[in-house]
Design a protein around this ligand. Structure first.
Ligand SMILES: Nc1nc2c(ncn2[C@@H]2O[C@H](COP(=O)(O)OP(=O)(O)OP(=O)(O)O)[C@@H](O)[C@H]2O)c(=O)[nH]1
Ligand SMILES: [Zn+2]
Length: 197
C-alpha cells in the first residue's frame, strides 16, 4: 500500500507546488511523486496530469520524445489553473532506463518505438496506472479533468471510482527526431494527436 512518506512546499520557476513522495516505506529512493499547485480546489473537478518518468527527455533534453516539454507545459498549466501532477517512476514505459537505451540502440537500426521493445522480449507498454489511481484517491480526488492524449489513461480513470469530467489535450509540436515516434504513438497506441504530427 502506498502512503505519503513526506511532503513539503517547493518553489519552482513555474510557481509553488506541494511535493509529496509516495511509497510503501521511507527506504524507497525512487518514490512516486505528486505535485499539487497552489490554489488547487479539491472539491471541484481537479486538473490532473499523470506523467511517466523520462530521464532522457526531462533531465537531458533529448529530442527523441516530447516528455520534457509536456512536463513543463503541465507544470505551467497547473499553476495557472490549479491542478496536480502525478509523476510515476515508470521510466521507458516501465522497462527502465537500461532497457530504454537498448531500445534506442535498436531504433538507430530502424526499429520503431514499439518494435524495439518487442525485439527485446519486452511489452510495448508495461506501465501500471493503478498506482496513479491509488495516489489520487489518497489525496482525496473525486472528479478530474485529465491532461493526456493517451486513451488508455482515460479508460483507467473511467474504470475507477474517480469521475472522469473531461480531457485536456497536451500536444507538443514535433521536431525532426520526434516525428516518427509521435506517428507510432498515434498509429499503434491510438494517441489522440492532431495531424500536424
Ligand atoms: N520503451 C520506450 N519508452 C519510451 C520511448 N520514448 C519514450 N518512452 C517513455 O514513454 C513514457 C511516456 O509515454 P508516452 O507514450 O510518450 O506518453 P503517454 O504518457 O502514454 O501519453 P500522454 O499522457 O499523452 O503524454 C516515458 O516513460 C518515457 O520514458 C521509447 O522509445 N521506448
Ligand atoms: Zn520521453
Amino acid at each position: 500500500m502506498l502512503n505519503i512518506q513526506a511532503q513539503a512546499n517547493v518553489p519552482t520557476e513555474f510557481g509553488k507546488f506541494k511535493m509529496m513522495a509516495f511509497s510503501e516505506d521511507d527506504k524507497n529512493w525512487m518514490p512516486h511523486m505528486a505535485l499539487i499547485a497552489e490554489n488547487t480546489d479539491l472539491e471541484k473537478p481537479v486538473n490532473v496530469r499523470i506523467h511517466s518518468e523520462c530521464i532522457t527527455g526531462e533531465v537531458f533534453h533529448s529530442q527523441k520524445c516530447e516528455c520534457g516539454q509536456q512536463l513543463n507545459s503541465a507544470m505551467q498549466y497547473m499553476q495557472e489553473n490549479g491542478g496536480i501532477i502525478i509523476y510515476l517512476r515508470q521510466e521507458g514505459r516501465n522497462i527502465g532506463i537500461i532497457n530504454k537505451l537498448k531500445a534506442y540502440a535498436l531504433q538507430e537500426k530502424g526499429f520503431d518505438t514499439v518494435q524495439a521493445n518487442l525485439e527485446l522480449g519486452l511489452p510495448a507498454d508495461d506501465r501500471d496506472f493503478g498506482i496513479a489511481i491509488e495516489m489520487l484517491e489518497k489525496i482525496g480526488i473525486k472528479s478530474l479533468n485529465l491532461m493526456t492524449n493517451n486513451p488508455e489513461k482515460i479508460q483507467i480513470i473511467k474504470d475507477s471510482r474517480i469521475n472522469f469530467n473531461s480531457r485536456i489535450p497536451l500536444q507538443i509540436k514535433s521536431n525532426e527526431s520526434s516525428a516518427s515516434y509521435l506517428k507510432t504513438k498515434k498509429d499503434f497506441f491510438g494517441h489522440l494527436l492532431d495531424d500536424e504530427n
